[in-house]
Ligand binder design. Structure first.
Ligand SMILES: *[C@@H]1O[C@H](CO)[C@@H](O)[C@H](O)[C@H]1NC(C)=O
Ligand SMILES: *[C@@H]1O[C@H](CO)[C@@H](O)[C@H](O)[C@H]1NC(C)=O
Ligand SMILES: *[C@@H]1O[C@H](CO)[C@@H](O)[C@H](O)[C@H]1NC(C)=O
Ligand SMILES: *[C@@H]1O[C@H](CO)[C@@H](O)[C@H](O)[C@H]1NC(C)=O
Length: 383
C-alpha cells in the first residue's frame, strides 16, 4: 500500500520535487556518465536525463591552472552546463587527466592550482571536478593525498565565501589490487571526496605474448580458474577491504567491447588462442575496440552472441573476430548488483561509446537507457 501510494505520489509530485527526491527517482543512487566529444557524438546528444552527473573528459593541468584540451572545448562546456537550465538537478563536472606532476609538488603550488582551478570551474558553471590521474607513482602518494585535502579545503572556503554549494570532487581509481593498495589513503579519500569511479574494465585485452587468449573486458564475476580480483565484484571487494566507504564507491561500467583476432576461426570460446587485437569494427573502425554500434552491426552481419552465465557478460564471434562486450542485460545486472551492495551508484565509461545511430534494436543509446531503467527499478519505496 505504501509502495503504491508512493509510486502515485512520485508520478504526481516529481516535477515539484516535494515528494520524492532526485536520488529516490534514481533508485537512490548516482549514475555518473563520462563523455568525450567525438565527431560522431556531438554534445547536444548527451542524454542528460538518463544520468545524475555528466563528467566531461578531459581537460589538462598547465601553468598552475586548468586548460581545455582542444579548441572548441569551452563551447562544449557551455552545451553540457546548459542542460542544467531544463534539468536543474543535473550535475556537470570536468575531468582532468594530464599535468598532475606539475602541481602535486609543494603545498603553495597545490593551493595556487586549487584557487585557479576553482575559478575556472565556477567561470564555466561546472558543479565539480574529477581527478583521473592515471597514475601517480607510489612515491607521490603522500603529496597526492595532501593535494586532495588542500583542494577540498579550498572548495569549502569557496562555498562559504560565495554562499554556494561546494564543488564536488570525484576520482577514477585503478582496476587492480596492486595500485589500489599502494597509491591512495582511504581515510583521506573518505573525508575529502564525494565519490570515486572504480574502473572495473580493461581486465583483459590482447597483448602480444602476455594476453594471447580471449578474455572478458569486464566480467561481473571472474571465470572459473581466473584471478577473482580481475572482475567487477572482485575489484570492488578490494576497495571496500581497503576501507573506501561503500556509498562513495561507484562500480565502473564500460559500454565498449574489446576485440581479438582468433588464431583459428573454429575455436571461438572463452580462452581461445588469439594472434592480434581484433580487426577494426564495421562502423567506427577501431582496432581492438568495439563501440556498441560496432557490436550491433557485427551481430546484424551474422556474428554469434554467447551469454556467460558465470561471468554475467556476453561475447560474440564473427569470422576471425572475437569480442567481449557489454549488453543491456549485462549492464543492468551490474547496476542491480551495485545497489544490492550498498554502493553509491555506477560510473559509466562512456556515453559516446554507446549507440546513437539506431544500428542497435530499440531506443537510441540502449546501454545508458538500460542502466537508467535498472537503477529506477531498484526503487522500492520513497521516504
Ligand atoms: C603559460 O604561461 C606563460 C606566461 O604567461 C605563457 O607564455 C605560456 O604560453 C603559457 N602556457 C600555456 C600552455 O598556456
Ligand atoms: C545565502 O544563500 C541563501 C540561499 O540562497 C540565502 O537565503 C542567504 O540569505 C544567503 N546568505 C548570504 C549571507 O548571502
Ligand atoms: C602466447 O604467449 C606465450 C607466452 O609468451 C607463447 O608461448 C605462445 O606461443 C603464445 N601463443 C600464441 C597463440 O601466440
Ligand atoms: C586479490 O586481492 C587480494 C586483496 O584483496 C590479495 O590479497 C590477493 O593476493 C589477490 N589475489 C590475486 C590472485 O592476485
Amino acid at each position: 500500500m505504501d509502495i503504491l501510494k508512493c509510486f502515485v505520489g512520485a508520478l504526481i509530485f516529481t516535477s515539484l520535487g516535494t515528494f520524492c527526491s532526485t536520488k529516490i527517482e534514481n533508485g537512490g543512487k548516482n549514475i555518473v556518465c563520462y563523455y568525450h566529444q567525438t565527431l560522431y557524438f556531438p554534445p547536444s546528444e548527451v542524454p542528460h536525463q538518463l544520468c545524475t552527473h555528466i563528467v566531461y573528459a578531459f581537460a589538462s593541468i598547465s601553468n598552475d591552472t586548468i586548460v581545455p584540451d582542444r579548441p572548441g572545448d569551452t563551447e562544449t562546456y557551455d552545451v553540457l552546463v546548459g542542460f542544467k537550465a531544463s534539468n536543474p538537478k543535473l550535475k556537470v563536472m570536468l575531468s582532468l587527466q594530464l599535468g598532475f606532476n606539475n602541481v602535486v609538488t609543494d603545498p603553495d603550488t597545490m593551493k595556487k592550482f586549487a584557487i585557479n582551478a576553482i575559478g575556472f570551474l565556477r567561470h564555466y558553471g561546472f558543479d565539480g571536478i574529477d581527478f583521473d590521474w592515471e597514475f601517480p607513482k607510489a612515491s607521490q602518494k603522500n603529496r597526492y593525498m595532501q593535494f586532495i585535502q588542500i583542494f577540498r579545503a579550498q572548495t569549502s572556503l569557496d562555498s562559504r565565501l560565495g554562499n554556494q554549494t561546494a564543488l564536488l570532487i570525484s576520482m577514477a581509481l585503478p582496476n587492480n589490487n596492486h595500485q589500489a593498495s599502494i597509491l591512495y589513503d582511504y581515510t583521506i579519500l573518505n573525508n575529502n571526496i564525494d565519490f570515486a569511479t572504480l574502473m572495473a574494465y580493461d581486465f583483459h585485452m590482447y597483448i602480444p605474448n602476455v594476453e594471447n587468449i580471449t578474455g572478458y573486458n569486464s566480467p561481473l564475476v571472474a571465470p572459473i580458474g581466473e584471478n577473482p580480483n580481475s572482475s567487477t565484484s572482485g575489484l570492488i571487494a578490494i576497495y571496500l577491504g581497503l576501507g573506501l566507504t561503500p556509498e562513495k564507491a561507484l562500480a565502473g561500467i564500460p559500454t565498449y567491447g574489446r576485440s581479438y583476432t582468433l588464431a583459428n576461426v573454429k575455436q571461438h570460446g572463452l580462452h581461445s588462442p588469439a594472434i592480434e587485437p581484433g580487426d577494426p569494427g564495421p562502423v567506427r573502425h577501431l582496432r581492438g575496440v568495439y563501440t556498441f554500434t560496432d557490436t550491433c552491426a557485427a551481430l546484424k552481419l551474422g556474428g554469434t552472441s554467447v551469454w556467460d552465465p558465470v561471468s554475467l557478460v556476453p561475447y560474440l564471434y564473427w569470422g576471425k573476430s572475437w569480442v567481449s562486450y557489454a549488453s543491456e542485460k549485462s549492464v543492468a545486472g551490474k547496476v542491480r548488483w551495485a545497489v544490492s551492495k550498498g554502493l553509491g551508484g555506477v560510473g559509466v565509461w562512456a556515453i559516446h561509446l554507446d549507440d546513437l545511430t539506431g544500428e542497435c534494436p530499440g531506443p537510441k543509446l540502449p546501454l545508458i537507457n538500460a542502466i537508467h531503467s535498472a537503477m529506477k527499478s531498484t526503487r522500492n519505496h520513497c521516504l
